[in-house]
Design a protein around this ligand. Structure first.
Ligand SMILES: [Zn+2]
Length: 287
């Protein structure tokens, strides 16, 4: 059964480790992540962006697939199904569809409007037992056209949004989505420290986990980060393994064209990536 992400993240914050959010795109992705979490006895958060939700034929389809797997694969570790960077309408759709957690990304609104909408969604999510994440200070990335260095959130604005009753908070600390540019200046631990001092026990979320060096990840966890989002890294690993299979001509040997064979190396690559991240975040054995 899906659970809200609140309890697993409160435990992570108290225990000084982080739980990974791994974004899903299809059945192989979902199965690889769930099986790895079970094997490592780790809690896990499955992230679904609005685009991925559409791609998988809608939020209800995703809920059906995930719930089916939890039962059929005997998954007993805590699993949350979380809307990633949801707009206002998508948040309501996911609450209705059976998600167990949502993120409302109101970072592009003026702070007053972000606060008003977040407050309303906190009440709607909590009424149905879902956890809710909010974002302050936009997280940069390729989608902005120019690859930015990533904004740093204003700690006072973080405190204002934290006080609305959100269960965990994403704050920009120089992190960006996608691959990091060679001249990236690194995470702003000064900002992170200032945010944690004002928000106390609230678990903080680090978006754009792909390519952040392990020592920075560990320092971020020591400063209150309890949830780390991983998306691009699984995509790169899947693509590289699939490319290798085809370039080696394996799809043309015997029944190598069978999708179950064709997608197997990529699926294994996702498992390996998830395992590496869970070990780095310290969530192994914490289910
Ligand atoms: Zn993000």
């Amino acid at each position: 059964m899906l659970v809200s992400a609140k309890e697993m993240l409160d435990k992570a914050k108290a225990g000084h480790y982080a739980v990974g959010q791994f974004n899903i795109n299809n059945l192989e992705w979902t199965k690889a992540i769930l099986q790895t979490a079970q094997e490592l006895n780790s809690p896990v958060i499955l992230g679904v962006s609005e685009g991925a939700g559409k791609y998988m034929a809608g939020y209800k389809t995703v809920v059906g697939m995930v719930n089916g797997m939890l039962e059929e694969l005997n998954i007993t570790v805590p699993v949350a199904l979380h809307l990633d960077h949801g707009g206002y309408d998508a948040c309501y759709k996911c609450i209705e569809a059976g998600f167990s957690s949502i993120m409302f990304d109101g970072s592009h609104y003026p702070i007053e409007e972000n606060v008003a909408k977040t407050k309303e969604l906190v009440a709607a999510a909590h009424a149905k037992g879902l956890s809710i994440e909010a974002e302050v200070g936009a997280i940069g990335g390729e989608e902005d056209g120019v690859i930015g260095m990533g904004e740093c959130a204003d700690p006072k604005e973080c405190k204002m949004v934290a006080d609305l009753g959100v269960d965990f908070l994403a704050a920009g600390i120089g992190n960006i989505h996608g691959k990091y540019p060679a001249n990236w200046k690194g995470l702003s631990f000064e900002t992170l420290d200032a945010i944690q001092q004002l928000t106390g026990d609230l678990p903080l979320v680090l978006h754009g986990g792909t390519g952040i060096p392990a020592d920075m990840i560990k320092k971020a966890i020591s400063l209150g980060v309890s949830k780390i989002n991983v998306n691009t890294e699984c995509q790169l690993a899947f693509a590289a393994a699939t490319r290798k299979y085809i370039e080696e001509g394996k799809d043309q040997e015997g029944k190598g064209y069978d999708p179950r064979k064709l997608l197997a190396p990529g699926t294994q690559a996702i498992k390996d990536t998830v395992k590496e991240k869970m070990e780095m975040f310290g969530s192994v054995g914490k289910a």
